[in-house]
Design a protein around this ligand. Structure first.
Ligand code: FRU
Length: 499
């Protein structure tokens, strides 16, 4: 049954969503049908298609009582919009249907598991969240909330766990046929933890163990966890709030954390390595799925709570997802590459090899705002350059710059002059490792964003830009001398050819 609140959201998006011209959106990055979007939710395979839900407030371009928006795709590039899936229409989720996951049930239905939020007064009289876990079951379009929600509440927490910060279940079906979920929680030391639950009858879950916790080292509350096996390692993702910077690895504020280790059902998760997931400005709350061919694919909110103040004026949608990325672990590091399906949309290759750059230059055929380009930069001899800059989305007033300094091994992403109306955080620097003296930058542009993949996926950095579309020049600049190779493809979505 569709509640009045859900029907209202569906009517609203059907009426106003189509008002947004296609050219005002990215061509292949997910945006909300109308209004506001944050975290990806329920990224999963259902009946042979990939479904994606998202944190959604259709009625304005600000965060508000959370709904779940919904789309699906066959190739991660072309998406079909579906009607709003969940609305805050029950007493237990009246303040919002927060983030969660989805899974296909053995009987062919789809289960959505989310955090239901209501507000209640605490002992000081202040209103605060009560966060519980809830489920809804449906057919890939319409979902019925379970009559006995919530299925997990304060009584299911381990000692010291907070019922105010207990959210973002990511659910999957284990090899043993059981359902499992990881859920973010705040512990008695005020910092985050990830809890593991196992499904029991009637959608209820039993607490298995705490998988890992921050101990105030990697931020405070741990949001949006994910837990999966990849290339011989057990991987735990989480998005911590209030991180402290650690060198160039983690920056202050809302960060992302990839913990790698092993998992033993008897003894739990043993953490071996820690790294950031994305080194750019706009990336948060990633979620993964396992594709039928075994690939682990990740999508994330290409935005960050610390940068949401940088809205363009007149924006009828706000919030984008990253391009879905294939994950792997190589030499103990998390690698990310754009999904290979993107390659089916490449057109008109432009290739330049062994071009000597000294000062600033452009290259014939190399410009645009919707493209897939790889630039390889190598010194002419030892110490031949002090820095190399790749200028993107450039005109007389604007550019977005990637700058590499070989002596420091630092790549800097700078979008100070990329059309954002506020002086929010605009630069981020991170360490990269040259290979045989070379660095390789694969850049994906899609009208309002830049995603960079360094050295075949060793590091990724994402940022939104709002530079006017006419600013489409690309230039190469060196202090000293470098040799570059450039391979550039336009991305074209008009022909109807699918990957
Ligand atoms: C992360 C988050 C989640 C929460 C959701 C609310 O960005 O804060 O923890 O479920 O957003 O929209």
């Amino acid at each position: 049954m569709t509640s009045e609140t859900l029907q209202k959201a569906r009517d609203f998006e059907a009426q106003y969503g189509p008002h947004i011209p296609g050219a005002e959106r990215p061509a292949f990055h997910v945006t909300p049908t109308i209004g506001w979007m944050n975290d990806p939710n329920g990224f999963s395979v259902y009946q042979g298609e990939y479904h994606l839900f998202y944190q959604y407030h259709p009625y304005s371009n600000e965060w508000g009582p959370m709904h779940w928006g919904h789309l699906k795709t066959r190739d991660f590039i072309r998406w079909e919009r579906l009607p709003c899936a969940l609305a805050p229409d029950e007493e237990y989720d009246a303040a919002g249907c927060f983030s969660g996951g989805a899974v296909e049930l053995p009987d062919g239905r789809q289960l959505l598991m989310y955090t239901g939020v209501r507000r209640a007064r605490n002992e000081d009289g202040f209103l605060q969240d009560v966060q519980t876990q809830c489920v809804a079951v449906g057919d890939g379009m319409d979902y019925e909330k379970y009559g006995l929600n919530p299925i997990l509440d304060a009584r299911d927490l381990p000692e010291g766990g907070s019922a105010v910060d207990f959210r973002d279940p990511k659910v999957w079906r284990g090899a043993d046929g059981n359902f499992y979920a990881v859920i973010g929680n705040r512990t008695e030391d005020g910092s985050g933890a990830v809890l593991l639950y196992r499904g029991v009858e009637n959608w209820r879950g039993e607490f298995v163990r705490t998988l890992d916790r921050s101990h105030n080292q990697y931020g405070r509350m741990w949001e949006c966890p994910d837990f999966f096996f990849l290339d011989g390692k057990q991987v735990l993702f989480t998005s911590p709030q209030d991180m402290k910077p650690i060198g160039l690895e983690f920056h202050a504020g809302n960060g992302t954390l990839c913990l790698m280790g092993s998992y033993d059902p008897e003894t739990g998760f043993a953490r071996e390595r820690v790294q950031a997931i994305d080194y750019g400005l706009d990336f948060y709350a990633p979620q993964t799925l396992e594709a039928p061919d075994g690939r682990r694919i990740m999508i994330a909110w290409m935005q960050n709570w610390d940068t949401v103040g940088g809205k363009p004026s007149h924006c009828r949608w706000f919030g984008q997802m990253t391009l879905p990325r294939e994950l792997s672990i190589e030499d103990g590091r998390l690698y990310q590459r754009p999904v290979r399906e993107l390659e089916a949309y490449r057109r008109d290759p432009v290739v330049h090899r062994q071009i000597l750059v000294s000062g600033e230059a452009n290259l014939p055929g190399v410009q645009g705002r919707m493209l897939d380009m790889t630039v390889t930069v190598r010194p002419v001899g030892h110490g031949s350059y002090r820095w190399f800059r790749l200028h993107l989305a450039k005109d007389g007033q604007h550019d977005t710059i990637l700058r590499y300094k070989p002596e420091e091994g630092i790549l800097k992403l700078d979008r100070c002059r990329s059309g954002l109306p506020r002086d929010i955080v605009h630069t981020r620097s991170f360490l990269v490792k040259p290979r045989d003296g070379e660095i390789r930058l694969r850049v994906i542009l899609d009208r309002f964003s830049v995603e960079v993949f360094v050295n075949d996926g060793e590091a990724a950095a994402s940022a939104v830009i709002y530079t006017r579309q006419e600013a489409d020049a690309i230039t190469f600049e060196a202090d000293g001398q470098v040799l570059i190779d450039v391979e550039k493809y336009d991305l074209n979505f008009d022909s109807g050819r699918e990957g």
